[in-house]
Write a protein that binds this ligand. Sequence first.
Ligand SMILES: *Cc1c(COP(=O)(O)O)cnc(C)c1O
Length: 385
Amino acid sequence: MSKGNTQRKIQMVDLKGQYFKIKKDIDKAIADVIGTSAFINGPAVGRFSSALAQYTGSSNVITCGNGTDALQIALMALGLKPGDEVIVPAFTYVASAEVIALLGLKPVLTDVNRTTFNTDIRFVEKALTPRTRAIIPVHLFGQSCDMAPLMEFASAHGLYVVEDNAQSLGAVYTFPDGSRRHAGTVGHIGCTSFFPSKNLGCYGDGGALFTDDPVLAERIRMIANHGQKVKYHHETVGCNSRLDTIQAAVLEVKLRHLDEYCTARREAASRYRELLKDVEGIELPAESPFSTHVYHQFTLKVDEDCRDALKEHLASCGIPSMIYYPLPLHFQKAYHQEGASFPNAEHLASSVLSLPMHTELTPRMQTRIAGAVKEFFAERDNGRQ
Ligand SMILES: *Cc1c(COP(=O)(O)O)cnc(C)c1O
């Protein structure tokens, strides 16, 4: 009998498996929305916003259509002028920089920390000019950037900080004085995404903004709603960006499980660490001392000359893996910067490989994945002798 028949297929994310565990609650929540037919701005939207505010400790949570909209609305709320510069890492998902360019602002790319993959004050400092108005730190793969030095720097230079927390909802940052805050609630505005594969994902598109500033909160609400506070009275140019009631109802159920989802991801990460600790040719993801890690991704750094071959080997064993991100932004056609060189971002783009990471990953699956990784390096080392 072939061994393959009895093995569950390994996926990068397993949304179906996660759904079946909470199916009853989800189905009821969705049916309730359909039953009342309050599809836009129904009661679940307000309930979910309050629950998320409570969970994160943010004074205001404003939901919107998706994480990219959240970033765009955040920048719109700051009242920046065309040509104003916004500092953003070169190693990130495109949305972080896209919204800057879209608003006629200037994305100023910076290198990132080679160990944590994250925004690093040392490179942000170098990017400062008299036109700098804001910084977008990106909390990549599940842990917070080092926010204290960034906030200090921003305050010294009168800059806004908009956190891109699409990947690290649930992570907690510890300040040097020991006080703790959720990632996404430290800057002037924080943004997140509820894209299905994110740590708190809905069943379609969704996003949210966080702010403790009541004036910014009011502006954000107004901008997300066509620039109006009173219906048909438009004070500013806005957009139309809303979280559907059905998505809010799904998120309301799933938020109750977020801590247990974070724990499941962390446990999967420590199993990977144990299984892969002696493998030469890879570097395991680093955990920052100042942030908890909620493992949106478990991202290896692989020797540059064999990363793609490892990915192919895993695929041939039926194991998916992903390269987040294959090109830094300064190498993208749309964001090309003449003469720009960010060695860490470039190195990461050619060495990262993310292994399957989700809440339904079993020890047995991980043993298979790690086995395939080890097999690859054993074969490589034999070939070298
Ligand atoms: C997913 C993601 C976004 C965008 O979120 P959407 O909901 O897909 O628009 C922005 N930034 C980062 C870092 C992301 O991972």
